[in-house]
Design a protein around this ligand. Sequence first.
Ligand code: 3SL
Length: 243
Amino acid sequence: MKLSYFHVGSDVPQGVVPETAVVIDVLRATTTIAWALHNGAEAIETFADLRHLRERASLFPSSSRLLIGERGGKKLDGFDLGNSPIGVTPDVVNDKRLFMSTTNGTKSLHSVRKAKHLYTMALPNRRAVAERLIEDQPENVWIVGSGWEGAYSLEDSLAAGGLAELIGSHSSVFVNLGNDEMTAALSLWKNWEKDIEGCLRTATHGKRLINLGDHDEDFRCCAGLDQLSIVPTQKQEGVLCAR
Ligand code: 3SL
């Protein structure tokens, strides 16, 4: 299995439809997606564009929808929830369709929306996604980080390395590290795997969240490794479901 890592959606090769793509936004979009689906959300529709999000959400009765998202880490005006994984509790999201837009994560998803198989991953569902890939045995996997406004992010690379490490440790899979970014991500994982939360707090976006205040629970949640069996899977363009 050839694993290639792209730091942000704008780095993926243009004009090529990937067989399998895994989008990562550790802080915090794909962590929130994993927890929301685990806690019973019916589906999550993701949008890069807010006007499009509002139009699409208006087609759903208000009792069965939630608008969720942030810009610069802060909840959007008029939205039901921000982008915190600890906000998507079962009593809030169960059976609801979530309409989500975030600064970077949903843009990254948009960049590989044509992939034949598209999954999202965060640290809490790393093992679940690894097991899915081991089961499917795709030849090529693009792992796509979200970064921050086009720039590299430490925490997404960490998780990409963690995914490669777990897949590579499986006896039935030969992993081919497809680019230098993937090799670097794996080294990063080996360096920080015993202090994941420390890595998240060291990252630029971690510091941004710390400056916004009151994010300790978010860090703990986003750093929680291999806790969920959920594999958020794109069922139709932009729509993620539990399987
Ligand atoms: O950039 C994103 O997509 C968000 O995950 C950022 S935040 O952690 O919600 O600020």
